[in-house]
Design a protein around this ligand. Structure first.
Ligand SMILES: Nc1ncnc2c1ncn2[C@@H]1O[C@H](COP(=O)(O)OP(=O)(O)OP(=O)(O)O)[C@@H](O)[C@H]1O
Ligand SMILES: [Mg+2]
Length: 232
């Protein structure tokens, strides 16, 4: 089985070498847990290895993303100039059905190996705008729409996708209630109080096709990026 190494320190060992290539993996967590940084580091490390990446953000302008990455010394613009990395900001106001088709076509045409969607939650919120029927759209229609988009992505056996999902509480894995079931894997990032301090941790909730580690791991954001620690 082919594996895609995230390149995030300490992470790939938890999956015996990486994420099974072709998987769609949900990276979920409450605000400020480090989901966007996780997605950026995954693309950055891949790009250094000549794996083409695409970061779609519905959340933040491109300049924010570039600045956040630069904090860790990741020069995304340089990689964009080399055509090995693409960062696209799509305002949720302008998303249409055609936008999603364009994303799928771009992945195909450019042979994108690593795709990050930041976030699937904002995309789900934008679906009523896509249909232009804000009052009539049902939860069911939103779920079907997301399902179709993810099925289209699933056709790409060489593309490993991270769907970033925002949750409002630790009880939920996604806010759309679709991506967590469709996804082949779920990486959940927690931000919890430990006595008087807050700390981050990461757990792999599922990963189809491999035996995943089931422990909770401290997650550190340092000057050079993320590190997943093992306590044992
Ligand atoms: N250079 C840095 N060094 C250490 N920690 C940092 C650094 N830059 C950002 N952080 C931490 O990472 C957090 C932001 O991470 P990120 O943007 O990935 O979160 P997120 O999970 O995507 O949040 P949201 O759901 O709001 O989009 C900040 O709140 C801050 O605590
Ligand atoms: Mg984010």
């Amino acid at each position: 089985m082919n594996k895609t190494k995230t390149g995030i320190k300490g992470f790939d060992d938890l999956l015996n070498g990486g994420i099974p290539t072709g998987s769609i993996v949900l990276v979920s967590g409450t605000p400020g847990t480090g989901k966007t940084i996780f997605g950026l580091e995954y693309l950055y490390r891949g790009a250094l290895n000549d794996e083409k990446g695409l970061f779609i953000t519905f959340e933040e302008p491109k300049s924010n993303i570039a600045e956040q990455a630069m904090q860790f010394g990741w020069d995304l613009e340089k990689l964009e100039k080399k055509n090995i990395l693409h960062i696209q900001h799509i305002s949720s106001k302008t998303i249409t059905n055609a936008t999603l088709k364009e994303i799928v076509n771009f992945v195909k045409k450019e042979k994108i190996k690593r795709l990050v969607i930041d976030s699937i939650s904002t995309l789900a919120l934008s679906i009523p705008t896509i249909h232009n029927k804000v009052t009539e759209i049902t939860d069911f229609a939103i779920k079907r729409f997301l399902h179709q988009f993810l099925e289209d992505l699933r056709d790409f056996a060489d593309t490993t996708t991270l769907l970033i999902g925002q949750t409002t509480s630790e009880k939920h894995l996604s806010t759309d209630e679709v991506s967590e079931f469709i996804a082949d894997g779920i990486i959940h990032i927690l931000y919890e109080s430990l006595g008087r301090d807050y700390s981050r941790s990461l757990i792999i909730r599922k990963m189809r096709k491999v035996k995943n580690d089931e422990d909770i791991h401290p997650l550190e954001i340092s000057k050079t990026g993320l590190t997943v620690h093992t306590l044992k």
